[in-house]
Design a protein around this ligand. Structure first.
Ligand code: SF4
Length: 136
């Protein structure tokens, strides 16, 4: 639990190892959650500082800190995640299956994470993704 919180706050890179485990550190949900958590902490901390140090003329700096410490790192993490998941999709059977949800590295019908080492249905439930299928 505590380790997961640190992962979120630090935007720890799951990296390529996430492609080989059924418990990935970074998913789209973890990135969004990290941005929200950081934004909340920065907002609370900044409001405290504004009142404590009487920085009322510089309140807008809080928006800059949110961009610098939450939004930009979140975007960077998302781009890294996107590249990794593209590799995973190319290298697994699930990548061509209509039940695969890349945003969560998840099989939608079995509700399990997929990886290069773990295809939850072992191929038995695979169905081809149609060219026009958006995965929804
Ligand atoms: S049904 Fe099978 S092949 Fe398709 S995403 Fe789920 S585990 Fe992968």
């Amino acid at each position: 639990m505590f380790e997961s919180l640190i992962d979120l706050l630090m935007f720890r890179q799951g990296g390529e190892t996430d492609n080989h485990t059924s418990q990935p550190v970074v998913t789209l949900g973890s990135v969004v959650w990290g941005v929200l958590l950081r934004t909340a902490l920065i907002t609370i901390g900044w409001i405290y500082l504004v009142y404590e140090l009487e920085l009322f003329d510089n309140w807008w700096l809080g928006i800059f800190f949110i961009w610098l410490l939450a939004l930009f790192p979140g975007y960077t993490q998302y781009r890294t995640f996107e590249k990794r998941i593209e590799k995973l999709s190319d290298s697994t059977l699930c990548g061509s299956c209509r039940h695969y949800r890349p945003q969560g590295q998840l099989c939608a019908i079995l509700d399990e994470h997929v990886s290069t080492d773990h295809i939850p249905c072992e191929g038995s439930a695979w169905e081809p993704r149609a060219v026009y299928d958006t995965g929804d």
